[in-house]
Write a protein that binds this ligand. Structure first.
Ligand code: IMP
Ligand code: MG
Length: 183
C-alpha cells in the first residue's frame, strides 16, 4: 500500500462502498438494463475521465450487444470544488440517430455536467436517451436532474476511488472512499 502514492493514503478517511458492494449493484442493474434493451441497438456513452472504471465493469455486466463511445467533460479542475462551468473537451465521433443511448456517469453532484451532455446528445435525436450513474449526491444539486438508474445515493461528502479522483490521483483505488480534506 505505501507504494501507491506518497503522502496520499492518509487522505482516505474510510471506505464508503466496498468493491463487493459495487460488483453486486452493477450485476443487478446490468441484468435489468439487458432485459430492457434486448433486441435494440444500444450505444453506451461514458463521460471521461471519472466514469472509465464504472464503464468497464458496467458494459461487461450486460449480456446483450452494445457499442461504446466516450466523451470528455471537465468541470472539476482541481481540489474538491466545482468550477461552475462545463467544458466538453472531447466529443463522440459517431451519428447516434439510430441508437438507444445510455450515458454512463460516475457521479451526479451539481447536475451541471449531465445537463450539458444531455442537451448536446438530445439535439442529435437518438432513438432514446437514458442515464445510469454509479453515485448520486442529491444534496448538492444546482441544476435539477434525476438519473434513470442510480446505483448508490450518498450524502454530501467528497469521494475518491473507482475512477473518481482528487487532483488526478486515487482513480485506481478498487473501492469508493471518503476523502479527508483535513488529514
Ligand atoms: P456535476 O457537479 O454534477 O457536474 O459533476 C461533475 C463531475 O465532478 C462528476 O462527473 C465527477 O467527475 C466530479 N465529482 C463530483 N463529485 C465528486 C466527488 O465527490 N469526488 C470526485 N469527483 C466528483
Ligand atoms: Mg464524471
Amino acid at each position: 500500500m505505501d507504494t501507491y502514492c506518497p503522502d496520499s493514503l492518509s487522505k482516505i478517511k474510510r471506505v464508503v462502498i466496498t468493491k463487493e458492494e459495487i460488483d453486486a449493484a452493477i450485476a443487478q442493474v446490468g441484468k435489468q438494463i439487458s432485459d430492457e434493451y434486448r433486441g435494440k441497438p444500444l450505444l453506451l456513452v461514458s463521460i471521461l475521465k471519472g466514469a472509465f472504471v464504472f464503464m468497464a465493469d458496467f458494459c461487461r455486466s450486460l449480456d446483450i450487444p452494445c457499442e461504446i463511445a466516450f466523451m470528455c467533460a471537465q468541470s472539476y479542475f482541481n481540489g474538491t470544488s466545482s468550477s461552475g462551468n462545463v467544458n466538453i473537451t472531447m466529443d463522440i465521433g459517431c451519428d447516434i440517430s439510430n441508437y438507444n443511448v445510455i450515458i454512463v456517469e460516475d457521479i451526479i453532484d451539481t447536475g451541471r455536467t449531465l445537463n450539458e451532455v444531455i442537451k448536446l446528445l438530445r439535439s442529435r435525436n437518438p432513438l432514446s436517451l437514458k442515464v445510469v450513474t454509479l453515485l448520486d449526491k442529491p444534496d448538492r444539486r444546482v441544476v435539477e436532474f434525476n438519473a434513470d438508474y442510480t446505483l448508490f445515493t450518498i450524502p454530501d461528502f467528497f469521494v475518491i476511488g473507482y475512477g473518481l479522483d482528487c487532483g488526478e490521483i486515487y482513480r485506481n483505488l478498487p473501492y469508493i472512499a471518503e476523502y479527508d480534506e483535513n488529514a
